[in-house]
Design a protein. Sequence first.
Length: 281
Amino acid sequence: MVLHDTAAPVAVARPQVQPAAAPQAASLTGDDVSSAARLNLALDRMGYRLEAVAAGQAEVPPLFLSNVPGDIDDLPDIEGKKAVFLRVMLPLVLAVDEEIAAERSRLLDIMNRKANRLHIPASDHTWLAELAERYDVEDGNLRKLLSRVDVVPPSLALAQSAEESGWGTSKLVRRSRNLFGHTVEVSADGSGMRSFATLYEAVRAYVHNLNTHRAYDGLRRARAQARAEGMRPDGHALAAALSTYSERGDAYVQTIRALIRRNDLNRYDQARLGRVQARRG
């Protein structure tokens, strides 16, 4: 359960996917998403296989489902449940990371131009002010802002969503698409748990939480240090800074790290999101 969440709702944008010129558009029918078993078969039929993605032989189709299939727990084996859940989650995580990576690239460009005393257009000043407000950086510290505008490794997001949602089987996910145990001070049903309109919104809120809340400053420092040393952020390493994410403390960290290792989730840290236009489920 998340013990540290932002108080104000996070503005959510629908993932924007540009159609590709060559590949045929990927799509799922209403029948395809009517059950976990049918979704599993449809994803196989589309050629969306985790092994190929992990090996760098295939891109992840941009399929942004609004819900985890409600009967995912009815699948006959645990590996089948995991495969469906990961295939639902991975496009969402990659889409959120792509959005943040684009913002980070623009921020770095502005910082470089400032360092070289080059002209900064008014539109960039406006965008920078809006970005700083969204990431809760009020003192104009661009280095601090840069440490916050960064991606969360898919391995970490997948492991935490699996742990917090029971691989997509929890009642909380079915009821409110709450994948990461987000809490709020006041909730409509009195549960204290936050509700989301889509899974994408839940993933985006989770990443924003790690990127802004003071409880995860250690994670951001570790990520920035990895960047400074020329390395990609590593989910297994960053998990060490999550002892405040749960009342379980260090035991929670060990659980997340074990999930990453046992399921080889680090294989997806370099997965690529395809540019095919896909219908939402």
